[in-house]
Design a protein around this ligand. Structure first.
Ligand code: ZN
Ligand code: ZN
Ligand code: ZN
Ligand code: ZN
Length: 314
């Protein structure tokens, strides 16, 4: 036998890992068979020592996150999550043996049978799910953080609505307005520079909620256009309680748009591409602007109101 304490330690480590693992698996199987449906077997139970042990066992030894299938192990039984498996390509971080491609199916089974809290628990969600249900739920959990609705630059800030309102105000210097009606003037000295057009965002505070008014210029196919639309800072379900109208005109003509604000869950790009807003062709915009067509001077009037039963019909 080779001298050196590290080899010795490896053997001991792996034996412990193996024993723990074996116990857990049989416990989990017993649980599944005795309760019929493993996915609901732990619902409502207080945290048992058993459950704590299992959670500990499912902790990745490298990143300490919970491990979910696929779970990998080295030939000595040290387990690690699939993310870390990719990050430490060749050697087991614990014993330095070559990792290979060994899955730990028993532990995967345990992970699948566990009920886990939604990852947005700290944001107010108290639901618990079996692993795969949890992933599905988290994609649409109403407590999941919102992305920053500012469109002019890539911004990766996320948070709840209150936090994002402060962020828009402090970090993006966005204008805030109270009230449900507005009159906005958009002026641009060189309307022919669609590419350099600035994004404009204004926040309206009414009905105790916040709305983002976007105004921007872009190329729709080959036609340069301006588009104005409203987004609701909240979920889609609630956004349908509101209506808005936008009006722009000049020289005796008028364009009116009425719509339902889109939730900021829908990306700015998605709303723009669906053309769900007031679209003004540049020619018409210049006509509205009056003067010698060298300057864009649009006056957009708008109103936000709460949807009534009658409005909801269409
Ligand atoms: Zn890991
Ligand atoms: Zn190992
Ligand atoms: Zn949730
Ligand atoms: Zn931002």
């Amino acid at each position: 036998m080779a001298p050196g304490s590290s080899t010795c330690k490896d053997v001991v480590d792996s034996r412990i890992a193996f024993v723990d693992y074996d116990t857990t698996t049989s416990n989990a199987e017993w649980r599944s068979s005795s309760s019929g449906k493993s996915a609901t077997s732990l619902r409502g139970n207080p945290r048992t020592p058993f459950k704590d042990d299992v959670h500990e066992l499912l902790e990745c030894s490298v990143c300490t996150n919970m491990m979910y299938p696929p779970i990998y192990q080295c030939p000595n039984g040290h387990t690690l999550c699939s993310n870390c498996r990719v990050r430490v390509p060749k050697l087991c971080p614990t014993c330095r043996y070559e990792l290979g491609n060994i899955r730990c199916l028993a532990l995967e089974k345990v992970a699948e049978s566990l009920e886990l809290p939604c990852r947005f628990q700290n944001l107010g969600c108290h639901d618990i799910f079996p692993y795969y249900g949890k992933l599905k739920h988290e994609k649409s959990c109403k407590y999941r953080p919102y992305s920053c609705p500012y469109a002019g630059a890539d911004c990766s800030v996320t948070g709840d609505i209150q936090f994002l309102v402060m962020h828009l105000k402090d970090d993006h210097k966005v204008d805030m307005h109270d009230g449900s009606t507005f009159n906005h003037r958009y002026v641009k000295s060189n309307p022919h520079e669609v590419e350099n057009a600035t994004w404009m965002l204004t926040i309206f505070n009414c009905f105790g909620r916040q709305f983002c008014l976007h105004f921007e210029a872009f190329q729709l196919g080959t036609a340069p256009v301006y588009m104005a639309f409203l987004r609701f800072m909240g979920d889609e379900e609630e956004s349908r309680q509101f209506c808005y109208s936008l009006e722009v005109g000049g020289n005796g003509r008028r364009l009116i748009w009425q719509g339902i604000p889109r939730s900021i869950r829908d990306s700015h790009r998605k709303v723009r591409e669906s053309q769900d807003g007031l679209i003004i062709q540049r020619n018409l915009a210049l006509f509205f602007s009056g003067g010698d067509r060298q300057e864009l001077k649009l006056k957009v009037a708008g109103r936000i109101w709460k949807n009534t039963e009658v409005d909801a019909g269409y």
